[in-house]
Design a protein around this ligand. Structure first.
Ligand code: BG6
Length: 478
């Protein structure tokens, strides 16, 4: 099944931080893929901006050699022909006139800030002062969006001084993942699940985002952030919102975001006994977190698990267990819906019965599994067994369907002017408002995370978080 490509309108995309890691690893390869499939119009232009002094030709060469290491080779020459470059000092005056001269008036204009968060506000202000932020232009900001409620509010204020909310695209790249969007498709395009999607039928929900890698060259940032700020406040919250939200009336940016916001606002405060913080120690699979970040006294967590309650009519009494961590056994992200047992058992009890479960695999091997109970074949009684009804999207859709990287989708949505998969300002603030007291409690108490072995599924205490409720996590990498 070939995917359907709808070309976007002509655009000028100004990429601040164009020589940086994210631009080279994600944004430019993503755009190159969209170019290859014919989604970018011939007169689309990407204007790289960075401090480095180089000519547009040199920039094109550097991008071409970076992309030559990836799978974007077929259309490389045509793609780099869309690139331009302006050497610019984002906090000074150098380069702004050149940038202004490059921009066209009759095409979509987007500014992508792939730079440190400290530069978001100064760049927005410059764009405004220089008259480059036209009423229809868009500004894209990466995470981290603040490190607490106060800083997120300040950043929202600074951006809104120069751009309207409908022009601001706050990226959470998890929302651009195909399977994350599939959570909405599964829930709201099938009549099958919705009648069961509530506390009457769902015993609990598990959300896991496990990474095999450690902090990998981002020691400074990560040691000041930790798993709660880096992953939980944004990616895990978004997964929780999509799983728990009410059906929006339309698939339209504010309708979707209103419903997500209601989920965050319905979250109960979390008592300390429902939270586990972990930090990996040294082990057969590598150095300890402390050695990796070069800070022997660090109390930053590389793992966090929590039991959450969404206090509303749909979810009363159905807990959500969320966990995320680095240096775990496998790279695995999934949402697991565990259904309640049938109200009355007519068959003999089955040992180790785990019950019906819907497993939404976000990565890798994107797909859905429904765990069912069936009769074990053979004569002699009615013995039951559990089997997976398994669908891998790549297989189901045909081998020639590529699952695009999140950034490909998100950048094209910016050009199309579709904010559905971007966080609204109040959503980000609500997530900080909820998690701030949790982080403040750790910081005030000098809380030390519990150690776990690299290559494991996290600290023992995280297993206990579920065991004590008579439940257990699905294995990471079983
Ligand atoms: C980023 C975090 O937002 O997401 C990283 O800052 C993390 O620490 C990454 O590794 C995970 O993203 P993905 O797409 O690899 O699951």
């Amino acid at each position: 099944m070939a995917s359907h490509v709808i070309p976007v309108a002509p655009f000028d995309l100004v990429l601040f931080g164009a020589t940086g890691d994210l631009a080279h690893r994600k944004i430019l390869p993503g755009l190159c893929h969209r170019h290859a499939v014919g989604q970018m119009p011939a007169d689309a232009r990407i204007i790289g901006c960075a401090r480095s002094q180089m000519t547009p030709e040199e920039f094109r060469d550097s991008v071409a050699s970076a992309l030559a290491q990836t799978d974007c080779v077929d259309n490389l020459d045509a793609f780099v022909a869309c690139l331009d470059y302006v050497s610019l000092d984002v906090t000074g005056d150098r380069g702004w006139d050149e940038l202004a001269a490059r921009l066209r008036d009759d095409v979509v204009r987007a500014f992508y800030l792939s730079v440190g968060p400290g530069l978001f506000a100064p760049i927005a202000a410059r764009l405004d002062q220089r008259g480059l932020a036209t009423p229809d232009s868009r500004i894209v900001v990466e995470k981290p969006f603040g490190r607490d409620l106060a800083s997120a509010r300040a950043l929202n204020r600074a951006l809104r001084n120069c751009f309207g909310e409908s022009q601001i695209y706050r990226i959470d790249h998890y929302l651009g993942k195909e399977t994350v969007q599939n959570v909405m498709a599964l829930r709201f395009a099938n009549a099958l699940f919705e009648p069961l999607w509530n506390c009457q039928h769902i015993d609990h929900v598990q959300i896991t985002v496990a990474e095999k890698l450690g902090v990998e060259g981002r020691e400074d940032y990560y040691d000041h952030a930790g798993a709660a700020r880096d992953m939980f406040q944004n990616h895990l919250m978004q997964l929780l919102c999509l799983t728990a939200m009410e059906p929006p009336s339309r698939f339209e940016p504010n309708a979707v975001r209103d419903e997500k916001l209601k989920v965050i606002r319905a979250l109960d405060p979390v008592p300390p006994e429902d939270i586990v913080r972990g930090q990996y120690r040294a082990g057969a699979h590598g150095r300890s977190y402390l050695e990796e970040v070069g800070n022997p006294d660090s109390t930053t967590e590389s793992f966090v698990a929590m039991k959450l309650h969404v206090s509303n009519w749909r979810w009363g009494g159905t807990p959500f267990y969320l966990r995320t961590g680095k240096r775990l056994r496998e790279r695995l992200s999934e949402i697991v819906i565990i259904f309640r047992d049938p109200p009355h058992a007519i068959f003999p009890r089955m040992d180790n019965r785990r019950g019906n479960a819907l497993i939404i695999r976000l990565q890798p091997d994107e797909g859905v599994t429904l765990r069912m109970t069936i009769k074990e074949p053979g004569p002699g009684g009615m013995r039951l067994t559990e089997v997976p009804l398994d669908m891998t999207f790549a297989e189901a859709l045909g081998a020639d369907v590529e699952i695009p990287d999140a950034y490909e989708r998100l950048v094209m949505d910016v050009i199309r002017g579709d904010q559905t998969l971007f966080m609204r300002g109040d959503e980000v603030e609500a997530a900080w408002e909820w998690i701030d007291p949790i982080i403040a409690r750790w910081e005030e108490a000098g809380d030390r995370p519990v150690p776990y072995d690299p290559g494991s599924s996290g600290p023992e205490d995280a297993l206990m978080l579920m065991h004590r409720d008579g439940r257990r996590w699905r294995e990471i990498g079983s």
